[in-house]
Design a protein around this ligand. Structure first.
Ligand SMILES: C[S@@+](CC[C@H](N)C(=O)[O-])C[C@H]1O[C@@H](n2cnc3c(N)ncnc32)[C@H](O)[C@@H]1O
Length: 263
């Protein structure tokens, strides 16, 4: 029985709701119901509930002025965390040993990962050296261990983690911009994606099969304008299969988190 099914059964038992009521995998509702279950049952431990969720790391210690240089945790960051949370049972089954985030920014996503998988070795890259410092601070504040590395994509860590990454995540610069706006420094590097918004992510995709372990999972945030079908076609050509884990409209942006794994 999955964790969610187990909780659903417990909630049904206490609240008398139908199964359909619980089918929508809505975080707020799930947590509210779990809270109700906790209030009414001595047999469910708090520790168990904590395991089920990816808690948002503490990040308000980062000063506003750092966001002149480093990408502020935003809706796309939280969408990626939510997608990982949706897949938590699947990821847990991997018992991940090495987790790698490309383009870590403030470090909010990899810190959320490390909080759930404290024994995994967590690496985080960014081309922006201030982002690496922010990630270090984020890790310290949230009492997790992350190794930040300043590099283009994964070039500096590639040889160390070849075919060993169990969990690979990337919230890339995806905004469609003129090609010349793609850059390597400053805040613009966080969002300017060039043609189809894909100039940075397209450079990374060929490395994904080389990084992933045989059971590894790769999660990437894409915008509708990035033409996710073309991304999927390329990755399938590399022997990977795709699942769309989560989609959400964030303002004018329609974002999705795609999961790729060995087919
Ligand atoms: C959309 S932000 C995401 C930040 C963070 N992961 C989050 O979700 O909040 C994209 C990040 O990728 C980084 N980045 C851009 N180009 C890169 C490259 N070539 N190699 C490594 N990181 C890059 C940016 O500096 C930025 O921190």
């Amino acid at each position: 029985m999955t964790y969610f099914t187990q909780c659903t059964k417990l909630c049904q038992c206490f609240l008398g709701q139908s199964e359909e009521y619980f089918l929508e995998n809505n975080k707020e509702r799930k947590m509210t119901l779990l809270y109700i279950v906790l209030l009414q049952s001595d047999s469910v431990s708090l520790e168990y509930v904590g395991d089920s969720a990816m808690n948002t790391p503490i990040f308000d210690f980062l000063k506003d002025d750092i966001y002149d240089t480093v990408y502020e945790p935003s809706e796309d960051s939280f969408l990626l965390i939510d997608a990982l949370e949706n897949d938590l049972e699947l990821i847990r089954k991997l018992n991940p040993t090495i987790c790698l985030e490309v383009g870590t920014g403030s470090g909010v996503v990899i810190s959320a990962v490390s909080k759930v998988f404290p024994s995994a070795y967590c690496l985080a890259t960014d081309i922006n050296h201030v982002a690496a410092l922010a990630t270090k601070k984020m890790a310290e504040t949230n009492k997790v261990i992350i190794e930040p590395v300043v590099t283009d994509l994964t070039s500096a860590v590639m040889s160390r983690v070849l075919n060993q990454v169990d969990l690979l995540v990337f919230n890339p610069p995806y905004v469609v911009t003129p090609s010349e706006e793609v850059c390597t420094q400053s805040l613009q590097a966080a969002w300017a994606g060039g043609i189809k918004g894909r100039q940075v992510m397209d450079r990374f995709f060929p490395f994904v099969p080389k990084l992933l372990s045989s059971k590894g999972l790769f999660y990437v945030v894409v915008l509708k304008d990035n033409k996710p079908d073309e991304v999927t076609e390329f990755m399938c050509g590399q022997g990977l299969k795709m699942n769309n884990v989560l989609s959400r409209c964030c303002g004018i942006e329609h974002l999705s988190v795609l999961r790729f794994e060995n087919g």
